[in-house]
Design a protein around this ligand. Structure first.
Ligand code: MRU
Length: 320
């Protein structure tokens, strides 16, 4: 049995199924879900058994390879998977990458590439961390969200490997607690000092001078740097600006959408209000858009990008 953060454990392709670590059950239970066709995989993505922008792209790539290997209708598989979640552009990026060559080898290369991108952007982002950094992060942008290593958590890992992380504040991230359940689980496994805080506690930690930098991942980045990420990220960026704290996004180029001129073009997923409360009417937007002007730097595998982002952001890089 490999560790829970092993890329093969997070998502893999077997002969007759895409197998994902069921993230709904973490941290209490390490159980796997076998998806035997694109429809089952799309369900697993929809219910967040597998989640995080790069990880759902990787899973969808495996779904296309499985469809090809089982002689299923590829167009139908593409459409079914593409419709599973709207905001993370990595999903469509990976599906488009697979359309030309829906082989198992290509899907595995997409997975390996995403993990390698994380390592590269982690190294770039670690350069931005002050010594003994006290970092605040939101949601889960760790290996579970990327198929291995992590984007924002990858940056924290890389900084910690250099001895540069004193403490991580982990926003619990309502309503589904990706921070409290998944990021805390990963940081514990990595031996990085951390504490979970309720989302509303971020402001007072900043005011108390206990946060040196805010680091998050992204689900879709528009050409001008406007960035969609888990709901609550925009508020953190406003708080960070007020307290003069750097706000850094770490994401692979597969998260950049050259077709989106600005944040207004990014579709925001609305999820079931029952995830918020079973008792009263609720509104449950899963993401918000942080304006590029509030972002100190966007870090990809290509390096550290600064405003004006329309000029500095690279194009998505294809499979090697
Ligand atoms: O709804 P989720 O859990 O799939 O949310 C996506 C995310 O994990 C975050 O928004 C993350 O910061 C970007 S993906 C590395």
């Amino acid at each position: 049995m490999t560790g829970a953060l092993d890329p093969e454990r997070i998502v893999r392709l077997e002969e007759d199924a895409v197998v994902v670590l069921d993230q709904r059950r973490l941290p209490d239970e390490l159980s796997e879900l076998r998806c035997r066709d694109a429809a089952e995989l799309a369900d697993a993505i929809r219910v967040l058994a597998v989640r995080g922008a790069p990880a759902i792209g990787v899973a969808a790539a495996y779904g296309m390879a499985l469809a090809a290997a089982t002689a299923a209708d590829l167009d139908e598989a593409y459409e079914t998977l593409a419709a599973s979640r709207p905001t993370a552009v990595n999903l469509r990026w990976a599906l488009d990458e697979m359309r030309a060559d829906p082989s198992r080898e290509r899907a595995r290369r997409i997975h390996a590439d995403e993990v390698e991108r994380c390592r590269r952007m982690g190294a770039h982002a670690a350069e931005l961390m002050p010594p003994s950094a006290r970092i605040l992060t939101h949601c889960n942008a760790g290996g579970l969200a990327t198929g291995g290593y992590g984007s924002a958590v990858g940056a924290i890992r890389a900084a910690a490997e250099r001895g540069g992380v004193a403490h991580v504040w982990v926003d619990e991230t309502r309503p589904l607690l990706q921070g409290a359940r998944l990021t805390a689980f990963e940081l514990e496994a990595l031996g990085i000092p951390h504490a979970v805080i309720v989302d509303g506690a971020a402001a007072s930690r900043m005011a108390a001078g206990e946060v040196d930098v805010v680091v998050t991942g992204a689900d879709r980045i528009a050409r001008n740097g406007d960035t969609a990420n888990k709901i609550g990220t925009y508020g953190l960026a406003v708080l960070a600006r007020y307290h003069a704290i750097p706000f850094v996004i770490v994401a692979p180029t597969s998260t950049i959408d050259p077709a989106a001129e600005d944040g207004a073009a990014i579709p925001i997923e609305e999820r079931d209000g029952a995830e918020v409360t079973g008792r009263f009417p609720a509104r449950n937007p899963a993401f918000d858009v942080t304006p590029g002007e509030l972002i100190s730097a966007i870090v990809t595998e290509e390096g550290v990008h600064r405003a004006p982002y329309a000029a500095s952001l690279p194009a998505p890089v294809s499979v090697r």
